[in-house]
Design a protein around this ligand. Structure first.
Ligand SMILES: [Zn+2]
Ligand SMILES: [Zn+2]
Length: 152
């Protein structure tokens, strides 16, 4: 796990070392991103920062592109037409996504069995896995309760 304040400082110092000029607008986007627990898309990040003087959608796009390039953020696609972002798994610990097809809610889920599959893949094939992506689609607990468990 990561500490949000530490991560924010690390991102800003990495950008500084690679010659990017410090920008309070960019830092506000970084702040909104690291403070979020969910999988925000660009529009959602924009709606958080737009009240802060003069931060436009373009700044949000550029900042998120930098965060992805530098390995701090990764894009996730839940097939709802939005590109979403979350903190890179190497920093947050790898997790999978359970996606509700009724309400769109995303539950994060960790299970070491998936790491075991990576290990077995390596042993059997000599392939060296770096990361994986697993999205499980279904109906969340709340939606099932609303439907009176009919859908089981
Ligand atoms: Zn649901
Ligand atoms: Zn996630």
């Amino acid at each position: 796990m990561y500490n949000r304040a530490v991560l924010k400082r690390k991102i800003i110092s990495t950008f500084g070392k690679s010659g990017l000029r410090n920008s309070s607008k960019r830092n506000a986007v970084i702040d909104a991103f690291v403070s979020s627990n969910t999988h925000l898309n660009t529009e959602e990040l924009y709606s958080i920062v737009k009240s802060k003087a003069g931060i436009g959608l373009v700044t949000v796009y550029r900042t998120m592109r930098l965060l992805v390039q530098y390995g701090f953020a990764q894009e996730v696609d839940f097939q709802d037409g939005f590109t979403r972002y979350e903190i890179n798994d190497d920093l947050s610990g790898q997790h999978e996504h359970l996606i509700c097809i009724r309400c769109g809610h995303i539950t994060e889920f960790k299970d070491g069995a998936i790491q075991n599959i990576e290990r077995r893949a390596r042993t059997k094939t000599g392939f060296s896995p770096l990361h994986h992506r697993l999205e499980i689609f279904g109906v969340c607990k709340l939606c099932r309760e609303k439907e009176g468990h009919e859908a089981e």
